[in-house]
Structures are given as C-alpha cells and as structure tokens.
Design a protein around this ligand. Structure first.
Ligand SMILES: C[S@@+](CC[C@H](N)C(=O)[O-])C[C@H]1O[C@@H](n2cnc3c(N)ncnc32)[C@H](O)[C@@H]1O
Length: 438
C-alpha cells in the first residue's frame, strides 16, 4: 500500500472502540451468531479487513486456523502485538497477510476457506462489490461469508438523538455519514448486500442486528452490567422490529455445497471440471487455470495429456448435463484449506447403447504410489454403479503401464482385447461388470 490510511485510526479503533461497552457488546453478539454458522474447528477462517484481530483471535483460541488479511501495516502491527501475548499454540494458528480485500483470493494463493469474515470494512469503501466478489471467491463450497455492515436505513437515529434535527432530516435518504472514527462511512442495506452476495455465488442465509441500545445510550464500562447489556442486545438482534433499527447489521451467506457430480473420499475431492476451467486448460492459459482452481496446475500437464479435452468441451457445451460424466480433478485438501491437484479421473461420457461406460485416470508423477488412483477410481465406479444404464465398466491402458494394469486387476477387471488408438497407439482393453462389488 502506498499510503496506510488506517495508520492514524489504528490507535483510536483498537484502544477506544474495543474497550467501550459497544465494543464488548458487538463482539459478544456477533460471535454468538457466527458460532451457529461456523463448522467445527480446526476449519480455516479468513478475516478480510481483520485489523487487530479482535474478531478472529477468539476463533484462533477456539482452535480455528485463522488468516487475517488487511491492507494496513499499522493495523497488522497491532494484531501482531496482540497475538504475541497468546499461548504458542494459538500463535501458531494465526497468519497475517498485508493486502487489500479486493485481492484476498490472490493474496492467499487461491486458498478456499470454510468461513470468510468481513466485519466493519465495507462501510469504508466507496464501492463494496470488488471486495464482496473476492470474499465469495475465497469461500469454499459450502463455506460461509459473514459481513458486518453499516445499516443505511437507520442513519437518521444518531443525529436525532444528538438533537441535530437538520442532519437527521437529511439522513433519511442519505447513504453515508461521518462515522465514529471521523471518516466518511457508507451504509448498505440487507437487501442490497444480499443481491450483491448472490451475484457472486453466495446465498444469504440469515441476518441479525448489531448495536441498538448500546449505540443510543451513553454506557460507561465501569458502571454497566456488561453481560446483562449483551443479553438484551442479543435478543434485539434476532427479532423485528428491533434488529431493523440496529446501527449495523450482520449478514451470513453461504456458497452452495459441492457442484453436481463431486465425489469425496477419505483424502480426495473429485471435482468435475467446469466449462470455464476446461476452456482455460484447452487455451493453455495457466494463470486463469490456477485462479479458477485455487491451486497450481501440474507443470507436467501440457496439451499432450489433454488432447481429448477440446472434443469433450464441445460436447459439454451442447449438453451441460454431461459434466458429471467427464473429467474430475483429484484434489488433495490440506487442513489449512489448500488444494493440490494430484491427478485426474473420469468417464468418457454417458454409457453407450450396450451399457458400457469407459473411464480413464492419470496421477501426477510426484503423487504416484500413494494409492490416490485407486481411491479415485473406486469412488468413480461407485458413482457409476448408481447411474442408470451402466452395465459394464471399461478402461484401456498402455501395455507398458504395469501400475495401471495392476490396479485394474485389483479392482476385478479382466483383459478382453487390444486396440489401436489413433493418438495413443496400442492399448489393452479391460472390462468388468458394473454390478460386481469390489
Ligand atoms: C473498523 S476496522 C475493522 C477491523 C476488524 N474487522 C474488526 O471488526 O475488528 C476496518 C478495517 O478495514 C481495513 N480496510 C480498509 N480498506 C480495506 C480494503 N480495501 N480491504 C480490506 N480491508 C480494508 C482497515 O485497514 C481496518 O483494519
């Protein structure tokens, strides 16, 4: 960042805002809601605009794997100081990245997170969409996006309570104001932000209010029953009309779970290749492939390995329901949300009129001899058995590929012939009845 706009605000925000009753209430209420939507630890959490880590450090203490991303070096320095006071195991679960939210997915190397938080950030951005898009890209399938935004519908309350009547009148139709930190802040609406999240692939699930009475009243921490105040705010945050009057709102959206045809095994996700990804592979556009995949594409995979993809792509272009019958990338998922491509496996289309479903697979060289191909092929055949019209499984192999022949025999395949493939040369043909359990 050329200029750290948050350097001057880091002190007031961290020292004052979080020490106030409002800071306490915000954290308690927000976390109670968040916990209901989060998967169990050690799921990976990305806190975009995470500042000094007030929202995500409690999650690291609870066992989550936390990445705090923020463009402000000053805010991250505060985060670093707070983290250093934590026990070693908590410290080890937190990572800091200096980058703007708009580039969250690139800056985290395309990792996908079980939860992506963005609390109290959108209000400082003139256009929220680039960050919202990056939040959605960073969330894994089935993962949540949790946003805390300024409520544009209640901007008249504060000036009215301060008896600034002209300002209050103007605020009814305003979309921004000067916020508590003295900066311009922009309001959002639950409906507007829901549309934006939906446009980028995350479906709104629930929304809650944040700060109602704690925003209206002057509450000195020394004389306030904090727990009781938080209980009242929590009740107000879940019911109308109170939550609608809140100063900020908390919206939770979720990316849909796995696309159709996705298969999961103990160590792998078999992810059907979407059209966009296939196009990028055919075009040998490696940077787009990596961006879409959220993982590096194996160096050894060039046009030779994918010579059959253009034809498959044109078939799927005509009939997208074919996708689950095509190539799946074998992704090995790290506990930290990282994805490694270890191979590919899939059918070569729907079964032919005789009920023969042909399939193929390949494992990336450095990931061979670990049983990935067997794990993937077993999952693929299990899926094939459940599909209508499949009577026989067929695979063809290079006669010199002992490992592949060994795997097919292990899975009860028998050689039924030989054939000459126009591109690959001589191949052995193996078949097995689909109904045969193995
Ligand atoms: C009010 S603080 C909120 C910090 C934290 N999310 C919390 O709730 O405690 C706003 C944070 O947004 C960060 N920020 C500003 N512009 C941003 C951007 N374009 N992308 C991501 N974060 C940004 C600031 O550096 C600051 O840390």
């Amino acid at each position: 960042m050329a200029e750290d706009l948050w350097a001057a605000l880091a002190g007031p925000f961290v020292e004052d805002a979080y020490r106030s009753v409002k800071g306490y209430v915000r954290t308690v209420v927000l976390h109670r809601h968040l916990q209901r939507h989060l998967p169990r630890p050690p799921a990976a959490v990305l806190d975009v605009g995470g500042g000094a880590g007030h929202q995500s450090l409690p999650l690291a203490r609870a066992g989550y794997d936390v990445t705090i991303l923020d463009p402000s070096a000053a805010m991250l320095a505060k985060a670093r100081a707070r983290i250093s006071a934590e026990p070693e195991d908590v410290q080890a679960r937190v990572r800091l990245i200096e980058a703007p939210g708009e580039r969250a997915d690139e800056a985290t190397g395309g990792r996908r997170f079980a939860a992506v938080l963005c609390h109290g950030v959108l209000m400082y951005l003139s256009d929220p969409e680039p960050v919202v898009a990056a939040l959605c890209r960073s969330a894994d399938h089935g993962g949540i996006v949790s946003v805390l935004a300024l409520n544009a519908r209640t901007l008249a309350i504060r000036p009215a309570l301060e008896r600034r009547w002209d300002d209050a009148l103007a605020a009814f139709d305003a979309t921004s104001e000067t916020g508590v930190l003295g900066t311009d802040t922009r309001g959002d609406t639950v409906e507007g932000l829901s549309v934006l999240l939906g446009r980028h692939g995350a479906e709104p699930q629930a929304w809650y209010g944040g700060w109602l009475f704690a925003d209206w009243l002057d509450l000195p921490p020394e004389t306030t029953d904090l727990a009781a105040a938080a209980r009242v705010e929590f009740e107000a945050s879940v019911r109308d009309p109170y939550r609608q009057l809140s100063r900020v709102f908390h919206l939770i959206a979720r990316r849909p779970a796995d696309p159709e045809g996705t298969l999961r095994t103990a160590r792998l996700v078999l992810a059907p290749m979407p059209l966009e990804l296939m196009r990028a592979v055919v075009a040998e556009d490696r940077s787009t492939v990596a961006r879409l995949l959220g993982a590096g594409f194996p160096d050894e995979w060039g046009a030779d390995e994918w010579f059959w993809l253009p034809r498959w792509l044109s078939e799927v272009d005509r009939d997208p329901t074919l996708l689950p019958w095509g190539p799946h990338l074998l992704l090995q998922m790290g506990q930290d949300g990282s994805r490694t491509v270890v191979g590919e496996a899939g059918f070569h289309g729907r079964p032919d009129p005789d009920g023969v479903a042909e399939f193929g697979y390949m494992t990336v060289r450095e990931h061979r001899r670990r049983g990935y191909a067997e794990e993937a092929v077993r999952a693929l055949l299990g899926w094939g058995q459940r599909q209508e019209g499949v009577r026989t499984f067929r695979a063809t192999v290079d006669p010199a590929n002992d490992a592949s022949i060994g795997l097919l025999r292990k899975l009860a395949f028998a050689q039924v012939g030989r054939r000459i493939h126009p591109e690959r040369g001589e191949e052995l043909v193996f078949e097995r009845a689909a109904s045969q359990a193995r």
